[in-house]
Design a protein around this ligand. Structure first.
Ligand SMILES: Nc1ncnc2c1ncn2[C@@H]1O[C@H](COP(=O)(O)OP(=O)(O)O)[C@@H](O)[C@H]1O
Ligand SMILES: [Mg+2]
Length: 446
């Protein structure tokens, strides 16, 4: 019989090795200097023991809280893989209540089915999600942000205004952390028939590459209709966020800050990646041009990390998931009001990635490169057109804010250059060739 507190002691001694081996651990590139427990809740004292644990992980330049769910039932202690234990979490949410300071709640007016077993999803994730039957998905946030998680906040706000392009939020788990009521879990409606946008888009690209002489609009797997509907869905979600939480207008000082941030990121990245150097003058000019926008720039709550992997195609249409923002960015930045064109730019970058990913690491093939470009152009245009059709009047057609949209896209590409340089050097050509193309093509393009 394992005492819960003995289990915690044992886990604590093994964490320095165990933690960096987990795929969701965000600090793999730096050594872990110390780990200490921040809070512990024993959710089940009898075998198999279940303990909810939040630890603070210290690294040379940061201290971050991480959430763990541990058991004595499996060798690696990870309780998220044990169906009867994760089932207990769902039951707690269904009942509602508090266990040792952890609060389990379902959203008002929803009833949760109990007695389901949970299975963790296997895709690469920055968090850990558990699926119950074909009905629910529970996301356990791994790296915690003090306070309400924006994923939950924005899902709730969108649901309240009847947004049709999200999975309904159904419940939450919260705990006190350093004086803040902090979201540690979010329960949502699971879409069993969903296919993610990245899988659909790259399948379409593969079809095109496999066809001898046909063009993107002639092959069976053409994605442009989907891209168009996706653009409409993203614009509709932006409109719903506006209705739920309002908008503001950026003034000259805000825009100045944005331009400076883009320029200083460029300076930083070019220091590390000399391949970027030839594009610096054109990039700087593009960032400066973001200042001359014809209309006032609207800022609002946005998705913040939008790409094809964050959208799901279901029988009812496209859904946006994961409103947490870029996991690596500071929370203040993630919750700040920003231009919705940043999300548009994120999706445009993703179309470029989907188009070119099959060519990475392959010998140069002119024909395939032309096809990739053709696919990208077609789908970027369809997405933008769909967005323009459904955009709120406050935002309007993104092509009318061409300078700003282009600057956001280039800023994202500069970020990708840094990321690929550090993580996947073979992929560096994807953002670099986009930068060459976008800076070479002039302002308004899609
Ligand atoms: N409501 C849902 N229905 C079906 N699958 C989902 C749902 N929400 C998330 N998923 C699946 O889980 C994956 C990770 O979800 P996401 O919210 O993006 O987590 P993370 O924060 O870890 O990135 C998605 O890529 C998708 O495959
Ligand atoms: Mg995600």
């Amino acid at each position: 019989m394992t005492e819960p507190h003995d289990l915690v002691d044992k886990v604590m001694t093994e964490l320095p090795e165990w933690l960096p081996a987990q795929r969701w651990f965000g600090g793999k590139d730096r050594p872990v200097t110390s780990i200490r427990p921040l809070r512990t809740s024993v959710l089940r004292a009898e075998e198999p023991v279940l303990v909810h644990l939040v630890v603070e992980v210290e690294q040379p330049d940061r201290k971050e809280p991480y959430q763990l769910l541990v058991t004595d039932h499996v060798e690696n202690y990870d309780a998220t893989a044990v169906p009867e234990l994760t089932g207990a979490l769902l039951d707690l949410i269904a009942e509602g209540g508090e266990v040792e300071g952890l609060k389990f709640e379902h959203e008002p007016d929803v009833e949760i089915t109990t007695g389901l077993r949970g299975r963790p999803i296997t895709s690469e994730q920055s968090n850990t999600s558990i699926v119950f039957g074909s009905q629910y998905i529970l996301k356990l946030f791994r790296k915690l942000t003090y306070g309400d998680n924006p994923d939950l906040v924005l899902h709730r706000a969108l649901h309240q205004v009847g947004c049709e392009h999200i999975a309904q939020p159904l419940g939450s788990i919260t705990g006190r952390l350093d004086g803040h009521t902090t979201t540690v879990g979010m329960l949502q409606q699971f879409m069993p028939d969903a296919v993610d946008g990245w899988a659909m888009a790259t399948t379409s690209v593969r079809d095109l590459m496999a066809e001898g002489d046909l063009h993107a609009d002639e092959v069976g797997g053409d994605f442009a209709g989907e891209a168009h509907r996706l653009g409409q869905a993203v614009a509709t979600v932006h409109g719903d966020l506006e209705r739920a939480l309002g908008i503001e207008h950026a003034d000259a000082a805000d825009i100045d800050r944005t331009v400076r941030a883009m320029t200083s990121r460029l300076d930083e990245v070019v220091g590390a990646v000399p391949e970027l150097r030839p594009y610096v003058p054109a990039l700087r000019e593009a960032f400066e041009q973001a200042r001359d926008t014809p209309d006032a720039v609207v800022t609002q709550h946005i998705h913040g990390d939008l790409h094809l992997g964050q959208v799901l195609r279901t029988v009812q249409g496209w859904l946006l998931i994961d409103f947490e923002g870029e996991p690596g960015s500071p929370i203040a930045e993630r919750t700040a009001l920003r231009s919705p064109l940043r999300d548009v730019a994120g999706m445009l970058r993703s179309f470029d990635y989907a188009a070119h990913q099959l060519l990475v690491g392959q010998p140069e093939d002119h024909q395939l490169t032309v096809r990739a470009l053709e696919w990208s152009r077609r789908n970027r245009a369809a997405f933008t057109e769909g967005y323009a059709e459904a955009a709120a009047s406050s935002v309007g057609d993104p092509r009318k804010s061409g300078h700003l949209l282009r600057a956001f896209e280039l800023d994202k590409a500069v970020y990708e250059v840094a990321y690929e340089h550090a993580n996947r050097p073979e992929w560096l050509t994807v953002p670099l060739s986009s930068i060459a193309r976008i800076t070479g093509e002039g302002a308004v393009q899609s």
